[in-house]
Design a protein around this ligand. Structure first.
Ligand SMILES: [Zn+2]
Length: 131
């Protein structure tokens, strides 16, 4: 029995197969199981983490990610997107007194956003985007 790490291209090919059969996948673990099954044969085991798969899925442009969250610590500083590691963009709004106030952080790569009460990702739903 060998153990191997598939390339991004191999993962993406298997991802497409999985998405064609299941247009919506209710969690990252479920998606990982299905893609791993596609990549695994009797002769080899597949090493693929959910985190890596999520990034490949996002970069493929094939998937619309639905991010479920719980509320986190408002004091926590978040510079990077917890979903895909991209830099979060500050979206500022003027207050009624004319001062500039940061109200929101947005990720332009995956669509994650948060306010002061941090939105901590707890579950990902993957939707196949029709191309
Ligand atoms: Zn992101």
């Amino acid at each position: 029995m060998s153990y191997y790490i598939p390339s991004d291209e191999q993962v993406e090919k298997s991802l497409i197969k999985v998405l064609k059969k299941n247009r919506t996948i209710p969690s990252q673990n479920k998606l990982k199981d299905l893609v791993t099954k596609e990549l695994t044969t009797k002769k080899r085991k597949t090493g693929l983490t959910g985190y890596r798969l999520r990034k490949i899925a996002l970069n493929s442009g094939l998937v619309k990610l639905e991010i479920h969250t719980r509320e986190g610590d408002p004091k926590r500083i978040m510079n990077k997107c917890p979903v895909c590691d991209s830099t979060l963009k500050r979206v500022k709004n003027l207050t009624i007194w004319g001062g500039e106030v940061t109200i929101e952080f947005r990720c332009t790569h995956c669509g994650y956003w948060t306010v002061k009460k941090k939105r901590i990702p707890t579950r990902y739903v993957f939707h196949f985007k029709k191309t």
